[in-house]
Design a protein around this ligand. Sequence first.
Ligand code: PXP
Length: 258
Amino acid sequence: MNPLVDPAPRGPLLGVNIDHVATLRNARGGAHPDPVEAALHALRGGADIITFHLREDRRHIRDEDVSRLREQVRAPLNFESALTGEMLELIERARPRMACLVPERRQELTTEGGLDVLGQLPRVREACARLAAIDCRVSLFIEADPAQIDAAVQSGAPCIELHTGAYADAVEAGDQATAQRQLARIREGIARARAAGLQTHAGHGLTLRSTPVLAAMPEVRELHIGHALVGHALFVGIEQSVRDFKACIESAAARPAG
Ligand code: PXP
């Protein structure tokens, strides 16, 4: 069985985003904590995919981290990047199993909003073709907006990752009305993507509280989680944190929502 293609019997695969380990390292300018070591620990805890975002400003992951991840990590790597010529060349050089194209703004604290696929369809289409040519599976990080999903279909990307930030933030804030509204939007997006033959992933802002609903949706094939998982790791260690998120995913998937 190929876990990247066949339906996941135990819920969506978990992509562990290690950016925040690099943020902590960079705060002191030294080598610790090492995001590559964090990736190896995450794999021991059961991570399926290692996700990282090489930002244009290199504020967390750096070019040398990417080389070391390539050398040391035997699991699939998911290279998140902005849609720029420089980044596409770096992906072509690194040859990760998968890439996720995201929007990037210099001043943002984290990736805000989804990629505007509709507004730059020819560029996105060209990037998807370039990455497909090196056997790199492309996912587009977008809002659950019907027009963006339709544009993603037009781009030739095989996958989308739906932005779950607004849903997850509402769950954390205890704002049930917003959480339900955002969830309905995500569900509609998933149904639209599925009808068009796109594989759907989800991520951003997910915590142990907001993950189960998404993990219970059989159409969601991957979840990409960073901040909450690395934060939880401060108290329980990274292997255990990954185990806790995997257990949360697997128990939700075992009782799918109707
Ligand atoms: N998915 C994508 C495309 C992202 O850009 C990020 C943040 O880097 C995540 C998932 C993970 O978000 P968080 O760190 O909030 O879990």
